[in-house]
Design a protein around this ligand. Structure first.
Ligand SMILES: C[S@@+](CC[C@H](N)C(=O)[O-])C[C@H]1O[C@@H](n2cnc3c(N)ncnc32)[C@H](O)[C@@H]1O
Length: 229
C-alpha cells in the first residue's frame, strides 16, 4: 500500500439520492449496510478503491466522498455503468466507470480497498435480464466463488475487501474460500432484515432447497472483511 493516513470521518450522506434507470439495482439494505461498514472501516485517506458490481455507483460514491484517492467502478451491465457514471459526475467525483467482471477489475488493480455487493440470491434457473443484478445460481454463489478465490489478486499488500451477502448464500463458505486464497477473513458486522420482494418471491424455492426454514420472512446480512497481509 502507498503511504496514506487514516481517517474515519464520515463525509458521505448515509443514503444519497441517485439516478436509477430501469433495470439497474435499486440500492437496498445490503447497499447501505456495506456503505456503513466502509465508513467504519478506517479506510485510509487516498486509498485506491474498487467498487465491484457497482450498480448505481452508490458505494463508489460513498468511497469517493469518504476520502478515497481514486475509485474504479466495475459492472457487467451497460445501464448500471451509465448510472454510476452519471451519479458520480453529477457530484463532480472522479470515478472511473469500467464495463467488465472480475478479470477486468483484476487487470485494473491492485487496490487498497475492494467493495463488493454481488448477486447472491439462490435461483433455480440461470439469471437473465434485470435479474442478473441479484440471481446467482442454485446456491447463490455463481459470482461469490470466483470473487472470493480472486480477491487476493485484486488487493495491494495491506489492502482489504469488504463483501456483503446474505447468510442464505453461505457466509462460512465465503470465509473458507477467502482464507484459502491467503486472506485473513472475518465477519465484521451482521444484521437481520425483512425479506425484500426478490426473497419473498423466491421463498418457496429457498424452503424446498433447505436454505431457509418454513415460514421464514427475514434474512441475516453479513459484512465480511478480508485483509491481505
Ligand atoms: C446486488 S447489485 C449491487 C449494486 C450496487 N453495488 C449496490 O450495492 O446497490 C449487483 C450488481 O452486480 C452486477 N453484476 C452481476 N454479475 C456481475 C459480474 N460477473 N461482474 C460484474 N458485475 C456483475 C449487476 O449488473 C448489478 O449491478
Amino acid at each position: 500500500m502507498t503511504a496514506i493516513t487514516s481517517t474515519t470521518r464520515p463525509l458521505a450522506p448515509a443514503r444519497p439520492w441517485l439516478v436509477r434507470p430501469p433495470g439497474v439495482y435499486r440500492p437496498q439494505d445490503d447497499t447501505w449496510f456495506l456503505a456503513s461498514a466502509l465508513r467504519a472501516s478506517g479506510m485510509p485517506s487516498g486509498a485506491r478503491v474498487l467498487d465491484l458490481c457497482t450498480g448505481t455507483g452508490a458505494l463508489a460514491l460513498t468511497a469517493a466522498m469518504s476520502g478515497a484517492g481514486s475509485v474504479t467502478a466495475v459492472d457487467i451491465s451497460r445501464r448500471a455503468l451509465a448510472a454510476a457514471w452519471t451519479n458520480t459526475r453529477l457530484r463532480g467525483l472522479p470515478v472511473r466507470a469500467v464495463r467488465g467482471s472480475l478479470a477486468e477489475a483484476t487487470r485494473r488493480g491492485p487496490f487498497d480497498v475492494v467493495l463488493a455487493n454481488p448477486p447472491y440470491v439462490p435461483c433455480p434457473i440461470p439469471a437473465s435480464g434485470a435479474a442478473r443484478a441479484w440471481d446467482a445460481g442454485p446456491d447463490g454463489r455463481v459470482v461469490l466463488d470466483p470473487l472470493c478465490a480472486g480477491a487476493a489478486a485484486m488487493l495491494a499488500p495491506q489492502g482489504f475487501l469488504l463483501l456483503v451477502h446474505s447468510k442464505v448464500a453461505d457466509v462460512d463458505k465465503s470465509l473458507t474460500r477467502l482464507r484459502e486464497s491467503g486472506l485473513a477473513a472475518a465477519v465484521v458486522a451482521s444484521r437481520t432484515v425483512p425479506f425484500g420482494p426478490v426473497m419473498r418471491a423466491r421463498a418457496a424455492f429457498l424452503e424446498e432447497a433447505g436454505l431457509i426454514t418454513a415460514g421464514q420472512q427475514d434474512e441475516e446480512l453479513a459484512v465480511i472483511r478480508a485483509d491481505r497481509p
